[in-house]
Design a protein around this ligand. Structure first.
Ligand code: GAP
Length: 439
């Protein structure tokens, strides 16, 4: 499943079916920002909901937060981003193309040659944070940054959330939101962009239990992708070596997915120790420790972070779900999406417009819309209508035909097997509902 995906096919399908458009396309576009169309916004939202349910609803001790994108500039000094959130950048002296130093091969770095064989400039540091000014005066005192990760909004609210929700360590705070990085090189469609979304959960634990919870979350997060229906042979862990660890991490593992352009990071799980809360205590001058009421022990919790890209997950899900097969001498393109994340759950079609079929189908669609995202389609041959739904991953299509008028049954077509079953129109809700359970 999904092995037939190439980036060209994914980009083309995404445009053709309204998943993703280039930002400001009519002006020539931006290469580093993308817009989510009618299908894309649904898919993205459902992946987010899937994650949110998994992380909050299914855990008694994880609560949510939605912090502002703009934060006090001292946050980014405390976090280490002002000083350390840098990439080394080099430029091809002939073509002026820019490269990340760490993305070049060992040979290219040793020879100081670009992938095109031209001499490179000396590596220089480049901070990835976008800087802007708050208020009308553009002076040093008005600088703010667009957050490069959502995590810091959680850390600075640690005490607010803990005290108001009365959670006891271990507990977690989950957040989904935009993040911004002035990436030197953006490529592979929505994989690496300057504006993207993250789904992060920060789990606060006793320092003696950091290793235990790191191991727990590493496994939980891999299991989540399996539950989302991702082909597990395309997922693997990549343990960070000492020279890969971020400045805040004691231990880190990436969950990687095999994209059409190779194995790449999808999510990071980090043991951030007490680094963040200690630094914020120091920089804001307010104690960020936690008092265990039972033992009377006061300490700064360790943080185990799970940090997944939402927009990157959209690309992963599209690549994993994409499939092609031969059906009656024609190539069928189908997205085998998990029914819970498919933008449309049910296509509802009258076989023909006439004989009252359209009215009946419309009535059924309106009724089912109360419970599922439904797409009513009356235009074109029935085969073409099925193909359109296949390309956006709609798991079920219901067709109203002549027989419906006599015995009240409809056909329900399964996207993956193409099997059609006849069920009573009144039973469609239950039939579909029972087949989209997450588990
Ligand atoms: N708070 C930790 C943190 O931000 P990260 O490894 O830098 O860690 C976490 O980012 C996840 O965010 C990545 O695994 C990736 O899915 C996503 N991500 C990071 N930079 C991205 C970018 N430029 N475009 C799209 N997604 C990105």
């Amino acid at each position: 499943m999904g092995s037939k995906a190439t980036m060209d096919k994914i980009v083309s399908l995404a445009k053709r079916r309204g998943f993703v458009f280039q930002s400001s396309e009519i002006y020539g576009g931006l290469s580093s920002a993308w817009d989510y169309g009618p299908m894309g916004v649904e898919l993205k939202r459902r992946i987010q909901d899937f994650w949110w349910r998994e992380m909050t609803q299914l855990h008694d001790n994880i609560v949510g937060l939605d912090a502002a994108i703009m934060m006090h500039p001292r946050v980014w000094e405390a976090s280490g981003h002002v000083e350390g959130f840098v990439d080394l950048m080099v430029e091809d002296t002939v073509t002026n193309e820019r490269y990340r130093w760490d993305h070049l091969t060992d040979e290219e770095r040793a020879a100081k040659k670009s992938p095109k064989g031209n001499p490179l400039t000396e590596p220089r540091k480049f901070n990835l944070m976008f800087k802007t000014h708050l208020g009308p005066v553009e002076d040093a005192g008005s600088i703010v940054y667009l957050r490069p990760e959502t995590a810091q909004g959680i850390y600075v609210n640690f005490r607010n959330v803990q005290q108001t929700s009365r959670e006891k360590v271990p507990f977690g705070i989950a957040q989904v939101g935009k993040a911004f990085r002035n990436e030197i090189v953006t490529k592979n469609f929505i994989f690496r962009t300057c504006e993207f979304e993250q789904m992060e959960m920060q789990y606060f634990v006793h320092p003696s239990e950091g290793d235990k919870w790191f191991a727990y979350w590493k496994e939980q997060r891999l299991a989540y992708y399996a539950k989302l229906g991702i082909d597990t042979s395309k997922l693997r862990f990549h343990q960070h070596g000492p020279d890969e660890l971020a400045h805040y991490a004691k231990e880190a593992v990436d969950i990687q997915f095999e994209f059409p352009f190779g194995w790449q990071e999808l999510e990071g799980v980090h043991n951030r120790t007490d680094f963040d809360l200690k630094r914020h205590s120091e920089y804001c001058g307010k104690d960020q420790s936690y008092l265990d009421e039972a033992t009377k022990e006061r300490y700064i919790p360790y943080i185990i972070e799970t940090s997944a890209g939402l927009t990157r997950s959209v690309l992963m899900v599209l690549c994993d779900a994409y499939d092609e097969e031969e059906v009656e001498g024609e190539t069928r393109v189908v997205l085998r999406l998990h029914p819970r994340v498919a933008p449309v759950t049910l296509g509802v079609f009258p076989l023909m417009k006439k004989d009252g079929l359209a009215e009946l189908a419309q009535k059924l669609a309106a009724d089912l819309q109360e419970d599922f995202p439904v797409f009513y389609d009356v235009s074109g041959a029935i085969g073409r209508r099925y193909r359109r739904q296949d390309e956006i991953g709609t798991p079920f299509c219901v067709t109203i035909d002549g027989q419906t008028m006599t015995d009240g049954t409809v056909t329900v077509r399964d996207r993956d097997t193409l099997a059609q079953v006849r069920v009573a129109a009144t039973a469609v809700r239950e039939y579909v509902g029972s087949r989209i359970v997450v588990g």
